[in-house]
Design a protein around this ligand. Structure first.
Ligand code: 5GP
Ligand code: ZN
Length: 122
């Protein structure tokens, strides 16, 4: 828990969010400003600032986080198969466009076209 971190507060329950999943390690909830028909955020409960801060010792929980993201995409409206799919985005640092400094994966999916900032890579 880091003081003044919005995502730590969401994980803890002191700020409300539309949660779709939580366990001992991770919490997943709807982005407050969706950029695609499905737009979820998946975070570790542990306060890690960004992917810039992870080390090889983090590979086990990061692997579980990636696998969980794929499962939650399928369970929350991302369409299966080659016509469907989803985008997994982790913005890291200022150059990466990160605004909330608690590591998170954006899980984006649903029928295109999407509007706005997540519609294209650049
Ligand atoms: P970043 O730019 O850091 O990768 O993305 C941060 C994301 O968090 C943005 O898509 C933004 O809409 C979302 N966000 C910011 N504050 C809140 C909040 O209080 N609740 C929820 N659910 N999403 C938030
Ligand atoms: Zn945090």
């Amino acid at each position: 828990m880091s003081e003044n971190c919005i995502f730590c507060k969401i994980a803890q329950g002191s700020i409300p969010a539309r949660k779709v999943y939580e366990d001992d390690e991770f919490v997943c909830f709807h982005d407050i400003s969706p950029a695609a028909p499905v737009h979820l955020l998946l975070i570790p409960r542990k306060h890690v600032v960004s992917l810039q801060n992870v080390t090889p010792e983090d590979s086990h929980w990061l692997g579980r986080m990636v696998a969980l993201a794929c499962r939650l995409a399928a369970e929350n409206g991302c369409r299966p198969g080659p016509q469907g799919g989803f985008r997994l985005v982790a913005n890291a640092g200022a150059d990466g466009g990160q605004e909330v400094h608690h590591l998170h994966f954006h899980i984006l999916g649903g029928e295109r076209p999407w509007q706005g900032r997540m519609a294209a890579i650049a």
